[in-house]
Design a protein around this ligand. Structure first.
Ligand code: PLP
Length: 376
């Protein structure tokens, strides 16, 4: 069976994890955390990068930082992971979903403005498959309506929009280092990206259980105490060491994935030309990181049959998000603004194919062959 995913592993991780284990500080913000923070701050030209235990936690921190209060509204796509919505629902916000674009499965930027009310505080674009949302339009809307933009760039490390790294464009951004993403800090992990300087000092406090411990360690205050709300949003230095091993190979990982992506794209082109499937679109100005290779078929029935057929052929392909507005908590915490034209339909048509760092050309060829046999 060709699995759907294998966690990225370069062989580089071991020496760093061992070094971290043998050091005298393995809790958060040790040597390797510092290396990762510096690496991201240089790579993203952001005001501050802070490792978190997950992207979910980075989003939760973002919701606290922008001051979400009960009754506030936050605009995002329904076609996303639960954490995008939960982070804001946890602070009492009402989630306002708008439809997606069928070409990228990203939020339709043209539908955002009419969903804005007096209560709207933030927009959360999700860069699906590591392909950027239309950020110029989104930032312009936010500026005109005085809203914050928090990029859910969980899948977007290594991608750019008009030359700018995803996660570095909004006021805040979040990456995931879960084992299913392009880079992992040992299974779980994330990063909060702060682009707006005003959030830096409070972010450090929220991340350290609501204390000014970071300032204390830098000798800026002579004792630390409870100064704000917060939680424990630091991963251990062993996780940072694991991630560091991957950051050293970040370009190799990205290029390897892009090669796989190109093989899928070329191998499935003929089916797309015949109109049996549609392939992902990479808009002009967007460079992606090959986080995902997906295709869309006619409808749910074809998808169910194709997934079954692929499983019999030894290929583990999977579908993706069930739109959040149709979930139990969707009814409780959200509303859908406008019409759901593409969200439910697109989610029912989509199939993700196996892709990971190091997947062999012959495995990819086997997946392509199986899909072609299904349609012929
Ligand atoms: C993976 C993912 C998350 C959650 O990441 P964790 O690190 O597992 O918390 C959030 N949003 C999107 C779009 C994701 O793909």
């Amino acid at each position: 069976m060709i699995p759907f995913n294998k966690p990225p592993y370069t062989g580089n991780e071991e020496k760093h994890v061992l070094t971290a284990m043998r050091s005298t500080k393995i809790s958060g913000d040790g040597h390797y955390s510092g290396l990762c923070h510096q690496w991201f701050e240089k790579e993203l030209s952001c005001a501050k990068a802070l490792l978190t235990p997950s992207c979910t936690h980075a989003l939760e921190m973002a919701a606290i930082l922008v001051g979400i209060q009960p009754g506030d509204e936050v605009i995002m796509p329904s076609y996303t992971f639960v954490s995008t919505a939960n982070a804001f629902a946890l602070r009492g916000a009402t989630i306002v979903f708008v439809d997606i674009r069928p070409d990228t499965m990203n939020i339709d930027e043209r539908l955002i403005e009419c969903a804005i009310t007096e209560k709207t505080r933030a927009i959360v674009p999700v860069h699906y498959a590591g392909v950027s949302c239309e950020m110029d339009t989104i930032m312009d809307i936010a500026a005109r309506h005085n809203l914050y933009v928090i990029e859910d760039a969980a899948q977007g490390q290594g991608s750019t929009y008009k030359g700018r790294a995803l996660g570095s464009i909004g006021h805040l951004g979040a990456y995931s280092f879960h084992e299913t993403k392009n880079y992992t800090s040992g299974g779980e992990g994330g990063l909060l990206i702060i682009n707006d300087q005003q959030f830096v000092s409070r972010a450090e406090i929220i991340r350290e259980k609501g204390t000014n411990r970071s300032q204390f360690f830098r000798g800026m205050v002579d004792k630390y105490s409870w100064v704000d709300i917060g939680s424990s949003y630091l991963p251990s230095d062993i996780q940072a060491a694991f991630l560091w091993g991957q950051l050293e190979k970040s370009i190799a990982i990205k290029e390897n994935r892009l090669t796989t992506w190109a093989q899928y794209s070329a191998g499935l082109q003929s089916l797309a030309v015949e109109g049996k499937i549609s392939l992902p679109v990479i808009p002009l100005g967007c460079e992606h990181n090959a986080h995902m290779f997906y295709l869309k078929v006619a409808d749910l029935e074809v998808r169910t049959n194709l997934l079954e057929y692929l499983a019999k052929q030894g290929v583990h392909a999977v579908f993706h998000y069930v739109p959040l507005h149709s979930a139990i908590c969707g009814e409780r915490y959200s509303r859908f603004h406008g019409e759901d034209v593409h969200t439910t339909q697109g989610s029912e048509q989509l199939i993700r194919l196996p892709i990971w760092y190091g997947i062999s050309e012959s495995d990819v060829a086997q997946v392509i062959g199986a899909i072609q046999r299904f349609f012929r």
